[in-house]
Ligand binder design. Structure first.
Ligand code: URA
Length: 435
């Protein structure tokens, strides 16, 4: 086989066979196929696309390019949840203890935050001592005994995707639906769960700004997951403004703990219940979405979900006393109020800009190597649809550097739009896919 012929075939609209896809991904991972040929191929894919069979073949070839988790030693159907990334997205911190407390095993692989979006691992590391660097044996034991474990992605998880993603990033070939879907799903499939529920975000803070693109991505990923033998569903959710009120790391953890105490913001809880209902229905933990939501609400009201979070934090080396006393999370040196410049309704909060403001404060990573300040963040006192008076606080900045706080303040002020007319209400849940 020659890479030249495969590029030429795809350029002319041909269909790559399973053998050709496997040969290409194996050769690229090993370094036998150079970047310049692979980038010609990804560009040809951008123009000609991949059909479902090719997308599945690409996904499976990337899944098999490195380590795959064998979770067969865990009893029952294991669930995983994945978000395409957003601002203020602490959904996993709230959802996973609820699902585990309801008896469904949750075996989750998480990532760190990059750019304007946060990551679950960084947030969990706000608990002193907490680690996601647990062995496969501990991971499996924990899921068997307490139904919940969260690990970091191993360095050798889908290495073909790592290499290909870096190449796409510099050759303007990221935004192709089959390439994105296979990239995300190769990692999810390598993680070994039986049930995969995807939270595909749409709006100003999301990777897929347009709802129709988010829908197409969700449908493509659900098809791949099901073809690969996993029970897969997706929920398309709003990310046109940050989720909940807290943006940062420890500040989001506190909001997640409050949510498990029954005091969660409405928009966050809507997303938690929508994703949780998909997991419970797919796993047989509830007969329909209504029963699933009632079970999750009872689980929070009984205190069992919060107890599960504490048990999980302790099992992975963290100080669980923080779950019961959130005042222990370190405070920042400065607290700065962002004031409304006029009377009116909040009609827009640009999520990406809020995420960027948090990054400026030191709460997010500009590069993979950046060290982040877990204590800084932004609390949105006003969200879309709220009325404000001139001079009222719309957001509070928690900072450890005065200059950075000033830059963040300007960004946050620009992220908010205030109008005389009230905006139309936003639907948090745009669509369900795959149930
Ligand atoms: N996230 C991924 O993991 N891969 C993509 O291609 C895009 C977003």
């Amino acid at each position: 086989m020659r890479m030249y012929d495969l590029i030429d075939k795809k350029k002319n609209g041909g269909i790559l066979s399973t053998e050709e896809m496997n040969w290409m991904i194996e050769g690229y991972t090993k370094g036998d196929i150079p970047d310049y040929q692979m980038s010609a191929m990804t560009m040809a894919i951008c123009f000609q696309g991949l059909n479902d069979k090719e997308t599945l073949d690409l996904t499976l070839a990337m899944r098999d390019s490195g380590d795959t988790m064998d979770l067969s030693a865990i009893q029952g159907l294991k669930a995983d949840k994945h978000s395409t990334g957003g601002v203020g997205d602490k959904t996993s911190l709230v959802l996973t203890p609820i699902i585990a407390a309801l008896g469904i095993p949750v075996a989750k692989m998480s990532g760190r935050g990059l750019g304007h979006t946060g990551g679950t691992i960084d947030k969990l590391e706000c608990f002193p001592g907490f680690t996601t660097g647990i062995s496969e044996e501990t991971f499996i034991n924990n899921v068997n005994h307490m139904k919940l474990a969260i690990a970091g992605q191993t360095a050798n998880l889908a290495p073909a995707d790592k290499k290909l993603y870096a190449l796409r990033d510099v050759t303007a070939t990221v935004d192709q639906m089959s390439l994105i879907a296979s990239s995300i799903m190769s990692k999810k499939l390598a993680s070994g769960s039986d049930i995969i529920v995807l939270d595909v975000k749409t709006g100003s803070g999301a990777f897929m700004e347009k709802e129709e693109d988010a829908k197409e991505l969700a449908e493509t990923m659900v098809r791949i997951g099901n073809m690969a033998g996993k029970k897969t569903a997706a929920v398309i959710t709003d990310m046109d403004q940050p989720l909940g009120n807290a943006v940062g790391n420890s500040i989001e953890v506190i909001e997640a703990i409050d949510s498990l105490s029954g005091k969660g913001p409405k928009d966050l809880m809507e997303v938690v219940y929508a994703l949780g209902a998909s997991i419970l229905v797919l796993s047989g933990g509830a007969k329909d979405r209504n029963e699933a939501i009632a079970k999750m609400q009872d689980c929070i009201a009984s205190g069992k979900a919060k107890e599960k979070l504490a048990e999980f934090v302790e099992a992975q080396g963290g100080d669980a006393s923080y779950v019961w006393d959130t005042a222990q999370f370190p405070a920042t040196e400065y607290q700065v109020e962002v004031l409304a410049s006029e009377d009116g309704y909040i009609s827009r909060i640009n999520a990406k800009e809020i995420g960027n403001a948090c990054m400026i404060l030191g709460g997010g990573r500009e590069t993979k190597e950046s060290i982040i300040d877990l204590s800084v963040g932004i609390y949105l006192n006003k969200k879309k649809g709220d009325f404000v008076n001139t001079g009222e606080s719309i957001a509070t900045i928690y900072a450890n550097d005065k200059d950075k706080a000033q830059i963040a303040l300007n960004r946050i002020q620009n992220a908010y739009r205030i109008t005389k007319e009230a905006p139309d209400p936003t639907a948090m849940i745009k669509a369900f896919c795959g149930e």
